[in-house]
Ligand binder design. Sequence first.
Ligand code: AHR
Length: 506
Amino acid sequence: MNPTRNLLFCTLLFFSFSLSAQNSAGLTIRDTAGPQISRFIYGHFSEDLGRCIYDGFWTGDHIRMDVVEALKKIKVPVLRWPGGCFADMYHWRDAIGPREQRKHTVNTTWGMVTEDNSFGTHEFLQLCDLLGCQPYIAGNVGSGTPAEMADWLEYLNYNGKSTLADLRRHNGREQPWNVSFWGVGNESWGCGGSMTPEYYSGEYNRYSEFCRNYPGSSLKLIASGANGDDYNWTETVMKNISRGRTWGISMHYYTLAGSWQHKGSATQFSEDEYFRALAASLRMDEIVRRHSAIMDKYDPHKRMALVVDEWGIWTDVEPGTNGAFLYQQNSLRDALIAGTTLNIFNNHADRVKMANLAQTVNVLQALVLTDKDRMLLTPTYWVFDLYKVHQDARLLPVQFYTPDYAHGSEKIPAVNASASRDSGGAIHVSFVNLDPAKKITVRANLPGMTFKTVTGQVLTSAKFTDVNTFDEPNRVKPATFSGARKEGNDLVVELPAMSVVVLELK
Ligand code: AHR
């Protein structure tokens, strides 16, 4: 280490040591306009799995408007469908036309249940229209053909005269939908066909060759990406695919408190599991950084997107529910994970242009849980509500020093944050304090920026295991935050233990 770096290192070490002793953190928010935080980072994923589509979005013969209204409030920008693993066994023709004539198929991936296919292409796109969001369709590479994929695109996007476009009209949709986001397979290294990255690259090139842009449509093709830290996948695919016709490459990373065999309960967990889950969620930063660095080699001007189109905490299912349906409760811990992960994505907005939390309703880290005609909003829902102010805003880069949250012999940074400036000039700062016991005071310096007022909201609760239930749906809910003040031109924030705080500076 050279002497200057050594001095800097010692100063930071001293600074963070004294901060940690005081339970205070320091933050500098720079006025250098960073990249735009794509609103699509705040996207979602809904698979034909368990009770996500059937029961969650679709009941009987209609879309649930209570769920739609709730999701509209958080400005869902994009919804991915029909999978997941299900996408690579989905044949779109099974689910168009009169519902009583649709095929009955077996969902062999998720519980061997019979699908009546009453929710198909038209229903999904109607759902997106109601939500006011962009559709993101994952096409079938694993068990499909390039012709089947090409036909689906013609059915969706062609405005002229053709048998497929006429079939769409016959089925009730005159105008093409101009679907843009298009996944070429899903998890092609696993459930999407057990391919090597070399083999997948060839398949991607073959399939994408036939994904045509019809007049008025502009496809954004997304290549199936890596499993977490499988950097070789990204390297090989980036090297071999036809990058010129590719909008992005995906990556999936799920947070586990334990192992894939023993994931742990969503509601009954110790501080040890709490700590492990948070530490696992923080790994997203390194994983995104390393995939981005590989992409930089092939795409130095960052034209391609890293699309984290599956993320979230994955726990054991709720006792007494179907193991293949992946129904889990959602606690304050999961809200802290959501806030932390969204801060990571914001801070990597130069490369992460879309992300999709798994899976919206009744599956994995859901925003909404339903029970017959009842519905509740989870703590994670409220994080997306608080963070919606970052959508399409300019990132303001932050540097911060934080005390650690130590547990046993291990430690993680207690506080994480991101900041942005919206088109109206307002600055928003989102903080997460992961420490379950300590309030942390943050002093933020905003060189070159002025503000007169600071307002905010906080999401916290008495215990990290706290959840919203159908009997008590408002236990974990945002409240007005009064712990932020202006001191000179600094911002001083008293972050409660285990909290998400989002501030607006004007
Ligand atoms: O989200 C559940 C499953 O996780 C998806 O179907 C698959 O893509 C991933 O392995």
